[in-house]
Every structure is written in C-alpha cells, then in structure tokens.
Design a protein around this ligand. Sequence first.
Ligand code: SAM
Length: 295
Amino acid sequence: MSSLDQLPPLRDVVAKHGLDPKKSLGQNFLFDLNLTGKIARAAGPLKGVTVVEVGPGPGGLTRALLQEGAAHVIAVERDERCLAALAEIAEACPGRLTIVQGDATTTDLGALVAKHNSEKEPSAEGQSSNLPARIVANLPYNVGTVLLTQWLESDAWPPWFDRLTLMFQREVAERIVATPEQRADYGRLAILCGWRTQARILFDVPASAFTPPPKVTSSVVELVPRGTPLPCDRRALSQIAQAAFGQRRKMLRQSLKGLGKDPLALLDAAGLEPTRRAEEIDVAGFVRLAQALSS
Ligand code: SAM
C-alpha cells in the first residue's frame, strides 16, 4: 500500500480544512476515487510524464495522477484554503508534487514546466532530460474556455504539452469537437481546436458525481496537438472566424465585410462560394480564408 492510499477520505479533508465549495471559483469537487482514477488513466500512460493540473482543489485528481505513476505533478490552485490539504499529498510522495498558488489564467504553465526541468537532477549521463508534459484538469467552468483558448493560441507550436485531458460542461465539449455537420455547436472554438489539435470526447460524467452537483452533465475531452497544423497566421484565422460566426446566419460575402479587404476577393482566393455561410465551411476553408487575409 502506498502512502497515498493512507491519506484520509476527501470528504474528511474538505471538512478538516473548511473547504466549503465556492461558486465564484467553480468549485465542484470529485470525491469518487474510481472516477478520478478513470480520468487519470484517460490521460495516461503517465509513467515518466510531468503533469500540470489546473485547480486541484482538495486534491482528488491530484492523488489519482500520482497513483497512476506521473513522474511529477505541478498543481496550480487559486484558492489558498486548499494549500494545506495539497501539502499533505506532497508529504505523502516526496519530490513528486509542486504546489503553485495562483490564477492559471495569468500563469505561464510552460514556464513552470521549464523551471521544473531545469531544477531536476541530471541523468546518469550528466544530461538533464526533459520529460513529456501534459495538462490534466477538472477545470473551473467559469474560466475553462478562456484557459483552453490561451493554451491553443500559443505562438510556439508544437506547444510544450503533448496532450490535454480536460473536463468541461458537456455543452462546451460539444462546441470543442463540432464540425459543420453539427451546425449549432460549430463556431470559433471548434475552428481553433480543429486547426491545432485532434479533439474527441472520451466520456461523460453525471452531475451527481460532483459535490456540489452542477446543473449539467460534464464530459472529459482529449486534445492532441497536431505537429504541423495547416499553415496560417493564428490572428488572421481568429479574425476571420470572429467575423464569420459573429453573423453566422448571413452569407460570407456580407459577414466578411469590415476586415479591410474585399470579401469577394477573399472568398475567390479561398475557392469558396460568396453565398456560403460560416457554419458550412470546414477548418481547411477557414485556413484558406486566413491565408488570403494575411497575404
Ligand atoms: N480538481 C478538483 C476536483 O476534481 O475535485 C477541483 C476541481 S473544481 C471544478 C475547480 C478548481 O479550480 C477549484 O479548486 C478552484 O478553486 C480552482 N480554480 C478556480 N479558478 C482558478 C484559476 N483561475 N486558477 C487556478 N485554479 C482555479
């Protein structure tokens, strides 16, 4: 039995440290070890991997990630009330958990991983080898899409992470993986995610699994960065998607006005009919429009 197994049940940890869930911080905790184990395994195999966890809270998923063999977990938590509970986990697995108190929306997670790598003991050959790194999180719903957008809009690509395994509300998960076939869900988020990653929904998690239960079902989503996304300027892609989906019911010849270039010339260069609407255009079509905008 590992010393992680000897930690008290999560409900006792929450009571001991007075972690009454705060809605403003999106605190819906997971206490079911089977479920946290399932999420950690979905992000795996974790042996030799550095995991960044956003919003560990009382540490249910953190424990599972360590139990599933993550070489190191860097846990970024905004709520300082959670730090003592997380310190107990760090004590149970010395040297494998770094706790960072801060707001993940303003924290450079890649820099935390780089710092961790630079502080590691060099290998027997005298080299400090960098482990693969990935982000795993039961995200606070109020900042989930903000964080995902920040990570995927990184100037550096391929990014420092090799995979994202993230829990969202089911409705957001559907917007992440949508294609033109799912018109109502297809939009700016799907364009960004589809351009730079391969995204899929892994499984749903019922509201009853959380304390307190949210109003909606959640889903765990996996996003694997594409090594070589179709080439285009990410700002141009974002501008095009914003204009097109800002008026999604209008034809593109109308919705693309205001970008500083003749919409008909843009559409012609991208090989698209001026009468098409945003929700009919696949990611490759948006990339061609972005290329035309920035050419
Ligand atoms: N991982 C825990 C679990 O699964 O039980 C808690 C998940 S709870 C949905 C979201 C967590 O994110 C909370 O612990 C909350 O305090 C934290 N959080 C909220 N906003 C944050 C932010 N901007 N940066 C870092 N953590 C944040």
